[in-house]
Design a protein around this ligand. Structure first.
Ligand code: 4AD
Length: 456
């Protein structure tokens, strides 16, 4: 006899004993409601006491009302509680529903050393208590937006018939060739040097040249010493890789659509959280996001970008001659209101500035690649057409002093049915800066790692 599980999940009994506050807030008034969460604030008055309870499912949480002073005195800021009572429409404008509490159960006490009292704390202070960061508005709003952004990206890829693949974190290749890799110990385990991956791209190319369209979404690691607000040692990247992309413009179309669809998805799912960031962090956030989904991104070649920088009235610290790297100051200027005022693709960089795998253009000087620069942040996405000609690739690897034997598998992809292909990687934390208006990647990852910092 075979035994099957429940036939329809819709008829199954609820998986969780209590509803989230988010779902209670959209319920109709009812008695016998139980909710669980953490006390954000308590206000005791003569007759009645008010408390705000938050369980992470919404920005504002729910206001609860207690008419018995003894129960109210058991609620302290930070405590974890279970409350039972009546859900009613709220007379106030601030919230739709409130809970008239009948009984209080304290699940976890909280003493007066709790660092989150009812006042605004700086982001720097919050970073020193990372384990409590998501108990406050900014930290929890970041996590909900992060979830929606990941969901939006993955939905976009699914809708466009990409297959999600999982690329390894342990690798013997250095995709970007920058040498900014973390070595993995013990070094004799694999009988060869092994690193934490800096990008899943080379492995994704294996799958793209058999499955067509693939994407990978996971953590990558870079031993960059940079202490900037845009660099982490561990960050997340969404990398798409596609066979049968014939020209760079197609790749830009896909990149643009993936960012715009994700932005729309987040605007749809997290409007409260975005409004919070718009009010407290960046007053132009919502306007900027709306414009970015309405108007196409600007496209210019590296050569045009250099020309634009040279013609600008701004003084730059770093050179703006053809052949020099675009520095953060240049990238920010190009995307700023003084120049393009919206996301801008810069394409076709000199080949010397870019990694070995990018496809060389017919001019012999540039490669078919792009960086997507966004206002206030700079580079958000990097991508390229991949070099799909065996001989040219081999030559480029030699020029980059790579050991071709180690990368024979990568060359093989060009030997056995090579396909025109291309792809790109979105820095997920930088996407989060774009979506929240925050200006430091350390604020948008739950537990940040950067040079000298690996707490927890
Ligand atoms: O431009 P990058 O180095 O491109 C690649 O790694 C390609 N292999 C991706 C691909 O084509 N599949 O990195 C991609 C993006 C950057 O545009 C930036 O947004 C982000 O990753 N990034 C970082 N984010 C946080 N901390 C760092 N240290 C970062 N380095 C790059």
């Amino acid at each position: 006899m075979f035994r099957f599980g429940r036939r329809a999940y819709s008829t199954a009994k609820p998986l969780f004993p209590t509803k989230t506050i988010r779902s209670l807030l959209s319920d109709s008034p009812q008695s016998n409601v139980t909710l669980r969460g953490w006390v954000r604030s308590v206000r005791q008055q003569k007759q009645l006491s008010f408390a705000t309870i938050n369980d992470g499912s919404t920005l504002k949480g729910i206001q609860v009302i207690l008419n018995d002073a003894a129960s109210a005195s058991r609620l302290s800021t930070g405590a974890c509680v279970e409350l039972h009572g009546r859900l009613t429409d709220s007379p106030g404008k601030e919230q739709q529903k409130e809970l008239q509490v009948d009984s209080v159960k304290v699940l976890g006490e909280c003493d007066s050393t709790y660092p989150l009292q009812k006042k605004r704390h700086t982001l720097e202070f919050m970073r020193t208590i990372n384990h409590l960061r998501s108990r406050a508005n900014t930290g929890s709003a970041v996590l909900r937006i992060r979830h929606a952004a990941g969901e939006g990206l993955q939905k976009f890829y699914s809708d466009q018939e990409f297959i999600q693949v999982n690329t390894p974190l342990l690798t013997s290749s250095d995709c970007e060739g920058g040498g900014e890799v973390f070595n993995v110990a013990p070094s004799d385990f694999f009988k060869k040097p092994v690193y934490l991956t800096v990008s899943g791209q080379l492995h994704a190319e294996i799958m793209a040249t058999s499955m067509g369209r693939v994407y990978t979404f996971g953590p990558v690691f870079r031993a960059e010493e940079s202490m900037t607000s845009r660099h982490l040692a561990e960050f997340w990247m969404a990398e798409a890789e596609m066979a049968f992309i014939d020209e760079l413009d197609q790749l830009l179309d896909v990149t643009e659509a993936s960012i715009q669809q994700t932005t729309l998805h987040v605007m749809d799912k997290c409007l409260d959280d975005l409004t919070f960031f718009n009010q407290w962090v960046d007053k132009r956030l919502l306007d900027r996001l709306r414009t970015s989904v309405d108007k196409p991104f600007v496209r210019m070649t590296y050569t045009e970008a250099i020309d634009t920088l040279q013609r600008s009235k701004k003084t730059f610290q770093f050179p703006t001659t053809w052949g020099s790297s675009l520095q953060s100051e240049h990238e920010r200027y190009l995307a700023s209101d003084d120049c393009c005022g919206r996301p801008v693709f810069v394409t076709d960089y000199p080949k010397e500035l870019k990694p070995f795998y990018m496809r060389e253009n017919p001019d012999g000087k540039t490669v078919g690649c792009f960086d997507l620069l966004i206002p206030g942040i700079g580079e958000l996405v990097g991508g390229s057409m991949r070099e799909d000609r065996y001989d040219v690739l081999q030559q480029k690897m030699k020029a980059a002093n790579m050991n071709c034997e180690d990368y024979q598998w990568y060359l093989d992809l060009r030997k056995y049915g090579s396909a025109p292909h291309g792809g790109y990687g979105i820095g997920f934390e930088r996407l989060m800066l774009w979506l929240t208006g925050l200006d430091n990647v350390r604020e948008v990852v739950p537990i940040p790692r950067w040079v000298g910092h690996c707490k927890y």
